[in-house]
Design a protein around this ligand. Structure first.
Ligand code: S3P
Length: 165
């Protein structure tokens, strides 16, 4: 089976749903943010502060290319789709699924968040970022799951059902 890649905006549930899927499937789980942090020995907010977003994106791209194309679940960072190479990779190499959440849902979930540098912004910029990414998620994925009304487990079940697993 092609690896499952979960794609979507910050707070859409990629890591939680990914872990739930690996429980059901008993296969390895990767989180590209965690792999980047482990490789650089630094938290993402510090990578952004010390090295800037562009450097983070370079490492993120290498990390995605290093992910197993079969037999794993991969949760990706919300901005992974900014790179054209990543959009191609996601679309062609993985079963890439867009966890689509509305802006109000994300705002509610990330109300108290302090670890995401690009969420630490004013409302207008956050909204613009959200809007600008929608088309990129669409280009990178083969299936959309609307997550606003779904629990983590229901979301995982929908994915299993879509993939006939
Ligand atoms: C980012 C999302 C984050 C992380 C970094 C940048 C983004 O991942 O990769 O803070 O650009 O949307 P999550 O989507 O897991 O929060």
């Amino acid at each position: 089976m092609k690896s499952i890649a979960l794609v979507g905006f910050m707070g859409s549930g990629k890591s939680s749903v990914g872990k739930k899927l690996t429980d059901y499937l008993n296969i390895p789980f990767y989180d590209t943010d965690e792999v980047v942090e482990n490789q650089l020995g630094m938290q993402i907010k510090d990578i952004f502060k010390r090295h800037g977003e562009d450097y983070f994106r370079e490492v993120e791209e290498e990390v995605l290319l290093s992910m197993p194309s079969d037999g794993a679940v991969i949760a990706t960072g919300g901005g992974i789709v900014e790179s054209p190479v990543n959009r191609e990779t996601l679309k062609n190499n993985f079963n890439s699924i867009w966890l689509q959440a509305s802006f109000p849902t994300i705002s509610k979930r990330l109300e108290a968040d302090a670890k995401r540098p690009l969420w630490n912004n004013n409302d207008q910029l956050k909204h613009e970022l959200f809007r600008s990414r929608q088309n990129l998620y669409q280009q990178s994925t083969v299936k959309i799951i609307k997550v606003d009304e779904l629990e983590i487990d229901e979301c995982a079940q929908e994915i299993l059902c879509y993939l006939n697993l």
